[in-house]
Design a binder for this molecule. Structure first.
Ligand code: FCB
Length: 775
C-alpha cells in the first residue's frame, strides 16, 4: 500500500464491512424467511438463482473470521443483524438462538480487540412483513423500532457504533423503482412510500436507541456521483435530478429535514399523506454520518416518463461490476456532505472496495484502495472531519442479484469447501496497519450508560391520579398526585419522564369514561385525553388510553391465590376466561377472554342489563324506584338498569326506594358507605333490607352473566366496595348466583373470588401494557 496508519490522523479508524444475509448462512439457526429468499427463488432475478442459505457459513465460522480481522490489524468490524434471525416473523416471538448468536458475536469481537459497528438492517426483510406491504407500509417504522429495542436491548452495551439502515436508496429506489433487488417492484408509488418510510424507520430506531441510553449512533448512505453526459442544459438537469434522487433526498431528509425540489416534482403525488410532519422524527439528531462510495455515473436525458433520464457508458477504467473507478468523486462527496449536511459531525467512509476476478494476487484491488485512500487524504487536507475508512468486504460473499460471482473480499472464499484464503490486498492492509500508533478509542458504549426499559402506567381518577413506573415488567415506583387540568396532568407525566431521564417505551392511561379514536373522555375529571398528547408529553413509542374497566379486567390476568379470597372454588384461580364485576361508582363489567394461550379483554356495559323484582315483596320497592328514576326503567315494565341499584351510586337510590315502599317518603339518599355500615351493625332496618336486595340481585346478575361467557377461570369481584364489604358475599349471595332454572349445576361450577389487589387499576394498566407490547 502507498499509505500506512501513520499517514492518517491519530485515532483514525480502519475497518472491514460485511452484512448478515451475504455471509451468515440464512437457512441455519432458526431464522425466518425473508423477501430475499423469495426474490432469489423467482426466475430471472438473481444470477443462477443463488441465495443466502449457506453463503460463507459465517454463523459457524465467525470465530475464525474474526481471527482474520485481528490478524490484519483492523480496529473495527461493520456487520449487520438479521431481523428475521431475531424475529422470524418480523414481530412477536423471538428466536432465542438468533439473539444468542449476536450476543456471542459481540463478545467474540471484543475478546479480539475489535470494535463492533452494527447495522440493524442490511436488506433481508422478514417475509411476514413483506406480506403486509413491507417498506410501503408506514407501520414498518414501529416494527423496526421494536426490533431495534429487542436486539440492542441484548447487545447494545457492547456496540461501538450503530446505524439503523444500510443504504436507504437501495432499500427503496433500487428495490421498488428499478426492481433490481427484493422485493423487485417497479412502481413509483411504492417507491415514494418506501423512500419516506425508510427514513421514518431510521428516525424511530435512533429514538429507540436513545431511549435505551445509547450513543455513537449514525446513518449510512450510498452515494453515486452524477456527471452530465455532455454540456447541454438537458444533461445537466438530468444529472442534477439523478443526484437528487440518489444522494440529496436521503441526506436532505435526515440532516436538513427537507426533500429536494426537483425530486418532489416527480414524487410528491405519491408520497404518503402528512409526510411533511415526519421530519422531526426523520431528523432525530445522529452522532455521525457514514458514506458508502463505489462509483460515478454519466447521466443523459431520456424520452421516458419522469425521471426521464438514463445512464450512459463512461470512458473510465471499470471494476468486475462494470463500475467506473473515479476516486476524486469520493473527495467531492466528503467535502460536499460536510458543507451541505453534516458540518462538524464525524464522517466515516463505511464502505469502499471493488469486485475483482483475481482470487489471490488482487493488485487491482490494492490499486483501487490506494486511490481511494488518497481521495480521503485530499478531503482531510480540506478539513473534512473524516474519522474512519471501512473496506467492503472482509470476505467474498453473496453479491445480491449477482450471486457469488462478483468477489469483493480481502479474503477469498471457496464456495464449495468454504475455505478462506487471504488475498494480496489482505496482506497489504496488514502491513499498512502495522505501522503507526495503535488507536486509543473506546471499544464500546460507555459502561453503565444503557438502562432498562420502563413503561409508565396511570390510573386517573376524578380527583387523584396514580402514576406507576414499571421497570422490566415490575412496578418499581408509585406516585400519587392531583389530576388537575389537562396541561397539569400532561406536565406531571413530562416531569416524571424528565426525572427518570429517558422516555418510557409505552404509556397506558386508564380512566373512567368512553374511549373513541385514541381519546378518552374522562367523565369525572372532565377532560379529554388523547394518545397523541401523551406521546408528545412523554416521548413514548407506544401510548394507549383505556377505560378503567378494561384496566380492572386486566388486573386479574396474572392473579394468584395470594391476591384473592376464594368465596368458592379452587384457592388458586385456574387459567381460563374470567368475568370481572366491580360494583363501584357504576356497575362495571368486563371479561378477559382466554384463547390460544392469550387473554383478550371485552369491556361490556353490564351495568345496563335489566333488573326486575325477584319476589312479590320487592314489587313495591321497584315501583318506588320508578318514581325516583323513571328514565332508567325499560319501557312500562318494572325492569330497571342494574347499575341504578347495584353500585356505589345506585345503593342510595335503592335505600330511598326501600324507605318509600315502607311508607317513609322522606327517606334520605344516605351515602353507600353509611348504608352498608348500618346494615352490617343491624342499626337500621331499611339499610338491612337494601343490603339484602343489593346482595341477592348482584349475585343473580353475576350468575346470569357467567352463563353467557362461561368463565372457567373464575368470576371476580374487584374494587373497594366489594373488598371492604366481604360480609355481603355470604350464602344469600351465592344462592342467588346459583339460581338459574335448569342451569343451577352449571352456575354452581364457577369459582367466585374477591380480588384483594390494592392498586388494581395500576396492576391492570400494566398487564394491558405488557400484552399490548407483546402483540
Ligand atoms: C453496497 C452494499 C453491499 C455490497 C456492496 C458491493 O451497496 O451495501 O451489501 O453489495 O454494495
Amino acid at each position: 500500500m502507498k499509505y500506512t496508519r501513520a499517514d492518517f490522523p491519530k485515532d483514525f479508524l480502519f475497518g472491514v464491512a460485511t452484512s448478515a444475509y451475504q455471509i451468515e448462512g440464512h437457512a441455519q439457526g432458526g431464522a425466518g424467511p425473508t423477501h430475499w429468499d423469495s426474490f432469489a427463488a423467482t426466475p430471472g432475478n438473481v444470477v443462477r438463482a443463488e441465495n443466502g442459505d449457506l453463503a460463507c457459513d459465517h454463523v459457524h465460522r465467525f470465530e475464525q473470521d474474526f481471527d482474520l480481522i485481528r490478524e490484519a490489524g483492523f480496529d473495527c468490524y461493520r456487520f449487520s443483524t438479521s431481523w428475521a434471525r431475531v424475529l422470524p416473523e418480523g414481530r412477536g416471538p423471538v428466536n432465542q438462538a438468533g439473539l444468542d448468536y449476536y450476543d456471542r458475536l459481540a463478545d467474540a469481537l471484543l475478546e479480539r480487540g475489535i470494535r463492533p459497528c452494527a447495522t440493524l438492517y442490511h436488506w433481508e426483510l422478514p417475509s411476514a412483513l413483506a406480506d403486509l406491504g413491507g417498506w410501503r407500509n408506514r407501520d414498518i417504522a414501529h416494527w423496526f423500532a421494536d426490533f431495534t429495542e429487542i436486539i440492542m436491548g441484548r447487545i447494545g452495551d457492547r456496540m461501538y457504533s450503530v446505524a439503523p439502515i444500510n443504504e436507504p436508496w437501495c432499500v427503496s429506489w433500487l428495490s421498488h423503482f428499478e426492481g433490481h433487488h427484493a422485493p423487485g417492484l417497479r412502481d413509483i408509488r411504492a417507491t415514494a412510500r418506501a423512500m419516506h418510510h425508510v427514513l421514518l424507520a431510521h428516525g424511530r430506531a435512533i429514538q429507540a436507541m436513545r431511549g435505551l441510553g445509547m450513543s455513537n449512533l449514525g446513518a449510512v448512505f450510498n452515494l453515486e456521483w452524477a456527471e452530465p453526459a455532455d454540456d447541454t442544459p438537458e444533461a445537466r438537469g438530468a444529472a442534477d435530478l439523478y443526484d437528487g434522487i440518489y444522494n440529496r433526498f436521503f441526506l436532505g431528509g435526515v440532516f436538513n429535514k427537507a426533500y429536494p425540489e426537483n425530486v418532489l416534482q416527480g414524487l410528491q403525488a405519491h408520497l404518503p399523506d402528512g409526510w411533511q410532519d415526519d421530519f422531526d422524527t426523520i431528523g432525530t439528531p445522529v452522532d455521525w454520518c457514514g458514506l458508502n462510495y463505489y462509483t460515478r455515473k454519466l447521466i443523459a436525458p431520456a424520452d421516458t416518463p419522469w425521471p426521464s433520464l438514463q445512464e450512459v457508458p463512461g470512458p473510465l477504467p471499470k471494476t468486475q461490476m462494470g463500475w467506473e473507478i473515479e476516486p476524486s468523486a469520493l473527495t467531492r462527496f466528503l467535502t460536499r456532505t460536510a458543507r451541505d449536511y453534516t458540518g462538524a459531525l464525524p464522517i466515516y467512509v463505511t464502505e469502499n472496495g471493488m469486485a475483482s476476478p483475481e482470487r489471490q494476487q488482487d493488485d487491482d484491488r490494492i490499486d483501487y484502495l490506494n486511490q481511494h485512500l488518497a481521495a480521503v487524504q485530499d478531503a482531510l487536507d480540506q478539513g473534512v472531519p473524516v474519522k474512519g475508512y471501512f473496506i467492503w468486504s472482509l470476505l467474498d460473499n453473496y453479491e445480491w442479484a449477482l450471486g457469488y460471482e462478483k468477489r469483493f473480499g480481502l479474503v477469498d472464499v471457496d464456495f464449495d469447501t468454504l475455505e478462506r484464503r487471504p488475498k494480496a490486498s489482505f496482506r497489504a492492509m496488514q502491513a499498512a496497519l502495522a505501522q503507526g500508533d495503535p488507536v486509543s478509542v473506546p471499544m464500546a458504549q460507555p459502561r453503565g450508560a444503557m438502562h432498562d426499559h420502563w413503561n409508565l402506567v396511570a390510573d386517573i381518577g376524578g380527583t387523584n391520579t396514580r402514576l406507576g413506573v414499571v421497570t422490566n415488567g415490575t412496578l418499581t415506583d408509585l406516585r400519587k398526585s392531583p389530576t388537575g387540568t389537562l396541561p397539569e396532568f400532561l406536565a406531571a407525566l413530562h416531569d416524571l419522564c424528565a426525572e427518570i431521564g429517558t422516555p418510557p417505551r409505552a404509556v397506558v392511561a386508564a380512566g373512567a369514561g368512553p374511549v373513541r379514536n385514541g381519546t378518552i373522555r374522562l367523565t369525572n375529571a372532565n377532560l379529554d385525553l388523547s394518545e397523541a398528547d401523551i406521546a408528545t408529553a412523554t416521548g413514548a413509542d407506544h401510548t394507549f388510553v383505556i377505560n378503567d374497566f378494561t384496566a380492572a379486567a386486566w388486573s386479574v390476568a396474572e392473579i394468584t391465590g395470594d391476591d384473592v379470597q376464594a368465596l368458592r372454588g379452587d384457592p388458586t384461580p385456574p387459567t381460563g376466561t374470567r368475568l370481572v364485576v366491580g360494583p363501584g361508582t357504576g356497575l362495571g363489567v368486563g371479561a378477559l377472554l382466554y384463547s390460544e394461550g392469550h387473554y383478550h379483554t371485552v369491556s361490556g356495559e353490564g351495568g345496563h342489563v335489566g333488573l326486575s323484582p325477584r319476589a312479590r315483596d320487592e314489587v313495591d320497592v321497584f315501583e318506588a324506584a320508578r318514581r325516583i328514576a323513571p328514565k332508567c326503567f325499560f319501557g312500562d315494565s318494572l325492569t330497571l338498569e342494574a347499575e341504578m341499584f347495584l353500585s356505589g351510586t345506585g345503593l342510595p337510590i335503592l335505600y330511598r326506594a326501600v324507605g318509600m315502599a315502607a311508607g317513609q317518603p322522606d327517606t334520605p339518599a344516605l351515602p353507600a358507605k353509611d348504608i352498608l355500615q348500618a346494615a352490617r351493625d343491624g342499626s337500621d332496618p331499611l339499610a338491612m333490607r337494601a343490603a339484602q336486595i343489593f346482595t341477592t340481585h348482584l349475585g343473580a346478575v353475576m350468575g346470569d352473566m357467567a352463563v353467557t361467557v362461561m368463565p372457567t377461570g373464575g368470576v371476580f369481584l374487584v374494587g373497594g366496595v366489594a373488598e371492604k364489604n366481604r360480609w355481603l358475599f355470604g350464602d344469600d349471595f351465592l344462592a342467588a348466583f346459583n339460581a338459574g332454572g335448569r342451569f343451577d349445576a352449571l352456575r354452581q361450577g364457577f369459582g367466585v373470588y374477591v380480588s384483594e389487589q390494592a392498586e388494581f387499576g395500576i396492576v391492570g394498566a400494566n398487564n394491558f401494557c405488557k400484552n399490548a407490547l407483546a402483540r
